[in-house]
Design a protein around this ligand. Structure first.
Ligand code: NAD
Ligand code: UDX
Length: 464
């Protein structure tokens, strides 16, 4: 039996390794983490992350060939293949602060492997890392290898998106596996190819060199985010001219060279990856003395910040230039639908801005807890403190509760349950202050129908 260990039981390590266990019953998969609470949750009935389809997969294999543990050392000792799937957040201080990826977690995990391994291992870089990180990992591992133990390193970046992780993992567009172009590197690569091809067609498992594989991950995220910033930049032109951003996106997306995906204008992209990975690319470009390249990619993030501010300014301007003491219902706090993840969510920026403008913010999200919302809004750098947040924020149990007595309703996340056929907008209208405003930051509502009810509607990328 092949033994796989995954270090890091997060949004990537959990689902990606669980899918391997689900697809390959003769492979033993142990997912380890230093965070006891997280592991306890993985071993309980309430998993630590919400992801459609994840429970079925975990519950069907847990205790058979899928295990969650804090015993990192034992899992390393037992494993043939080790995925390193730890977090690589943007550095908060020191050299490269605010841009470079913090590789401390990668290094700690790598050193642990080097220290405790008693047999040869294939070590797989699953986290998103700057190009050539595998080199540093290799140096640490090789310094600890001897004639009896060898470490081979692979790059196998993850492309899953939250909310669709299980289908992305079950039917991926492609799987990338980078290796050193040596006989040993190819042999290690084959071991991982053999795992993936158990359920993924061979032609979708792409092999290449280590550095291309590492860079491809950053490149793919940068290209995706760039499309969103491009359509968001166009949304500003639409609002000023009377063009409709959905129509423009449709017109452009029907060109087969452009394609229709990732052209949905929004209040701004969020999530733990896009901003972090672009800044990572910016930092890499600067380190390589490529300032024009750095500036080019930086502008994708700048445009995203602009979009979030533009939307909040529109709210305040429309509400007669003041939101002081007004109740604003914020529907959705997660960075996208079908996840409870709030990392870099546009809703955080929006709430913080509205709080600073002295509004009363009533927040409802079907999958984000009040505790998480409070934590996000009191994080250093968000611009609000605990006292102000407690005074200005109410976390509600339903959209109706949030909207009752509100002057305005703001759609921040495109949850299906906020759509026209799911919520009774007449009931919401009746419960709100008049005039009742709706700001659709996700283009999910039918503005003409809402206007018939009596709402004043403002939509991203559309002029009134
Ligand atoms: P996460 O924060 O949810 O999970 C990382 C986990 O690693 C944490 O639970 C942490 O406790 C654990 N950890 C850190 N150091 C450890 C160590 N030395 N030993 C054991 N456990 C340790 O992060 P995530 O969202 O799963 O992301 C992981 C990586 O995957 C990042 O590099 C990220 O950029 C990349 N990625 C994320 C996504 C996504 O959608 N979240 C998608 C693709 C790639
Ligand atoms: C992203 C990448 O898609 C995935 O391949 C990578 O592995 C991790 O980063 P994720 O951040 O989970 O995945 O979600 P994604 O669907 O890409 O959405 C990111 C943000 O962009 C969300 O806030 C989403 O609402 C926003 N978005 C997406 C838009 O505003 N418009 C779009 O057309 C698409």
């Amino acid at each position: 039996m092949v033994n796989i260990c995954c270090i890091g039981a997060g949004y990537v390590g959990g689902p990606s390794s669980a899918v391997i266990a689900y697809q390959c019953h003769d492979v033993n998969v142990t997912i380890v983490d230093l965070n006891q609470a997280r592991i306890d949750a993985w071993n309980s009935d309430k998993l630590p992350i919400y992801e459609p389809g994840l429970e079925e997969i975990v519950f069907s294999r847990r205790g058979k060939n899928l295990f969650f543990s804090t015993n990192v050392d034992q899992a390393i000792i037992d494993a043939d293949l080790i995925f390193v799937s730890v977090n690589t957040p943007t550095k908060k201080s020191g050299m490269g602060a605010g841009m470079a990826a913090d590789l401390a977690y990668i290094e700690t995990a790598t050193r642990r492997i080097a220290q405790v391994a008693t047999t040869s291992k294939v070590v797989i870089e699953k986290s998103t890392v700057p190009c050539r990180t595998a080199q540093s990992m290799r140096t640490i591992l090789e310094a600890n290898s001897n004639k009896d133990i060898r470490f081979d390193i692979l790059s196998n970046p993850e492309f899953l998106a939250e909310g669709t992780a299980i289908s992305d993992l079950t039917k991926p567009d492609r799987v990338l596996i980078g290796c050193l172009q040596t006989p040993e590197g190819f042999a290690a690569q084959k071991k991982l190819v053999d795992i993936y091809t158990r359920w993924i067609p061979q032609e979708r498992v792409i092999t290449m060199n280590l550095w291309s594989s590492e860079l491809s991950k950053l490149a793919a995220n940068a290209l995706l985010a760039q499309r969103i910033s491009s359509i968001n930049a166009l949304s500003a032109i639409c609002e000023a001219t009377g063009a409709d951003v959905d129509e423009v996106a449709y017109a452009c997306g029907t060109d087969s060279r452009i394609g229709p995906k990732f052209l949905k204008a929004s209040v701004g992209f969020g999530g733990s990856c896009f901003q972090k990975d672009i800044l990572n690319l910016v930092y890499l470009s600067e380190q390589l003395f490529l300032p024009e390249v750095a500036a080019y990619w930086k502008s994708v993030v700048t445009m995203n910040e602009y979009q979030k501010m533009r939307f909040t300014h529109r709210i305040v301007r429309t509400l007669f230039n003041t939101v002081t003491h007004k109740r604003i219902a914020l529907l959705g706090f997660a960075f996208k639908k079908d996840t409870g993840d709030t990392r870099e969510s546009a809703a955080i920026t929006l709430s913080s801005y509205l709080i600073q403008e002295q509004a009363r913010v009533a927040i409802y999200d079907p999958k984000v807890s009040a505790k998480q919302i409070m934590m996000d809004l009191t994080e250093p750098g968000v611009g609000t403190n605990e006292e102000t947040v407690k005074k200005h924020v109410e976390v509600c149990e339903s959209a109706y509760e949030a909207c009752a007595g509100a002057d305005a309703l703001v759609i921040c996340t495109e949850w299906d349950e906020f759509k026209m056929n799911q919520l009774d907008y007449q009931k919401i209208f009746d419960s709100m202050q008049k005039p009742a405003f709706i700001f659709d930051g996700r283009l999910i509502l039918d503005a003409p129908k809402l206007r018939e009810i009596g709402f004043r509607v403002e939509t991203i990328g559309k002029s009134v």
